[in-house]
Design a protein around this ligand. Structure first.
Ligand code: SF4
Length: 376
C-alpha cells in the first residue's frame, strides 16, 4: 500500500541544496517537455492522460488525449456517453479494458461521489481500473498529495540509482518505494514525481542512458559501478506468433460484422468474422471452418484481398483477409451481427487489425469513385 508519510516524517526531512530532490527538481524545471496534461491541475484530465500513457508512448497518446477531451470534456460527459462511443475514441490505443474501466469509473463517480473525483487514496483506488500507480499519480499531480509514483521510468531510474541487481519485481518495487518515500520532498512532491518520470524518459533511457548529462549522476550506484546498461535485468518476453483468416462478406454495399463477447480479450469490440488457422489447414480451409463455426453458413469464391501484420498483448498476428460470398444457406439472425455500409463502419470500434481492413475498404472505394468520375 502506498502509505502517506506522516507530518513528523515530512517535517524532519532536511533538503540541503545539493540533495537529490533539489538537483532533480532544478533539472526538471529547465528541461521538462511541455505536454498538454502538464498544463492542468484538473484531476479528470490528469487521470485520462495517466491511463492512456500506460503501455503507450507520449507521442502516440497526444492526439488521442486532445480528441478525447473534445468528445468528453469532463467526468459527466464521459459518464453520459454510450460505451460504443468511448471504445471508438480509444480505437488504436489497445488494451481496451482501460477505456471500459475509465467509463465505468466515471459512472461510479457521478452516482456515488456527486461527480467529484475523490481526493482520498482509499476512495479513489476503489474505483474500477485504479491501481496503486494511477491512484498515486492522480492524487500527487492533481491534489499535491505526497504519494511517490512508480512507473516503468521511475523504476528504472530508482533501480540504477540504488544499484538494485536483477529483474524488476514486486519485492524490489516495495523496497524502492520505501527508499523514494524516504527522500520525498516536503514541498513540490508533484514536481518531484514528474521529474523522476521525465529523467527516465529523456536521460536514464533503457538503452544508452545519457549519464554524462544526468543531474543525479553523483548519487548513482549503477553509474559508479559501470552497470547502468545491465540494470534492471531484461525481462524475458516471448511473443506468440499466430496466423488468422478473416472473411469480408458483403451484400448490396453492406459488410457483415459481429461483436465480440462482453468479457475477455477485446471485449465488446466489433470485427469481421474469422479466426485462427489450425495446424495442417490451408488458409481457405481455415476460413471456411471459422465462418461455419461462427456464422453457421458456408462461403465460396474466396479471393485473397490483403495480408496484414499487427501485434496485441503478447500476440504477433499475420492476418489473411479474404473477400468471399455466402453460399445459399440463409444467415441465422443474431443480435451481435450486423450488415453495415462503408460510411457507418466508421462509427464502430474495431481492434487494430479490423480497423486496418476498414481503412483498406475505404481507400478501395474512393479509388473506384475516382475511376467512375474520370470515366474510361
Ligand atoms: S547516472 Fe546514468 S544510470 Fe544513473 S540515474 Fe543518471 S542516467 Fe541513470
Amino acid at each position: 500500500m502506498n502509505r502517506l508519510p506522516n507530518r513528523a516524517e515530512l517535517m524532519d526531512r532536511k533538503e540541503p541544496d545539493g540533495s537529490l530532490p533539489r538537483k532533480i527538481g532544478r533539472w526538471y524545471r529547465t528541461h521538462r517537455r511541455r505536454l498538454p496534461w502538464r498544463e492542468t491541475k484538473d484531476p479528470y484530465k490528469i487521470w485520462v492522460s495517466e491511463v492512456m500513457l500506460q503501455q503507450t508512448t507520449v507521442n502516440a497518446v497526444i492526439p488521442y488525449y486532445v480528441r478525447w477531451l473534445e468528445l468528453f470534456p469532463d467526468i459527466q460527459a464521459l459518464a453520459r456517453a454510450p460505451l460504443r462511443r468511448v471504445l471508438k475514441a480509444w480505437e488504436g490505443l489497445g488494451y481496451y479494458q482501460r477505456a471500459r474501466n475509465l467509463h465505468q469509473a466515471a459512472r461510479t463517480i457521478c452516482r456515488k461521489h456527486g461527480g467529484s473525483i475523490p481526493a482520498e487514496f482509499e476512495e479513489f483506488i476503489a474505483l474500477p481500473g485504479v491501481g496503486p500507480y494511477i491512484a498515486a499519480a492522480v492524487l500527487s499531480l492533481a491534489f499535491d498529495k505526497p504519494y511517490p509514483v512508480l512507473d516503468a521510468n521511475v523504476r528504472r531510474v530508482g533501480m540504477r540509482l540504488y544499484g538494485f541487481q536483477g529483474k524488476a519485481n514486486a519485492r524490489a518495487d516495495a523496497v524502492l518505494l520505501a527508499r523514494i518515500r524516504g527522500i520525498f520532498p516536503v514541498e513540490n512532491g508533484a514536481d518531484f514525481n514528474q521529474a523522476l518520470m521525465e529523467l527516465g524518459a529523456l536521460i536514464c533511457r533503457p538503452k544508452n542512458p545519457g549519464c554524462l548529462l544526468c543531474p543525479v549522476q553523483s548519487f548513482c550506484r549503477a553509474y559508479q559501478s559501470g552497470e547502468q546498461e545491465v540494470i534492471p535485468a531484461p525481462k524475458s518476453r516471448s511473443f506468440q506468433q499466430i496466423e488468422t483468416v478473416v472473411g469480408i462478406i458483403s451484400d448490396q454495399g453492406k459488410y457483415l460484422i459481429q461483436q465480440r463477447p462482453a468479457q475477455g480479450l477485446l471485449a465488446g469490440l466489433w470485427e469481421f468474422p474469422g479466426g485462427k488457422r489450425e495446424k495442417g489447414e490451408t488458409l481457405r480451409e481455415a476460413l471456411r471452418r471459422e465462418i461455419k463455426e461462427e456464422l453457421g453458413v458456408e462461403v465460396r469464391r474466396e479471393r485473397l484481398l490483403l495480408k496484414l501484420r499487427h501485434a496485441y498483448t503478447r500476440f504477433q498476428v499475420e492476418l489473411f483477409v479474404f473477400e468471399c460470398e455466402l453460399d445459399r444457406s440463409p444467415l441465422p439472425r443474431s443480435p451481435n451481427r450486423r450488415w453495415v455500409g462503408l460510411r457507418a463502419l466508421k462509427r464502430y470500434p474495431f481492434p487494430s487489425g479490423s480497423a486496418q481492413i476498414v481503412r483498406f475498404l475505404e481507400d478501395r472505394d474512393s479509388e473506384k469513385q475516382k475511376r467512375v468520375s474520370v470515366g474510361p
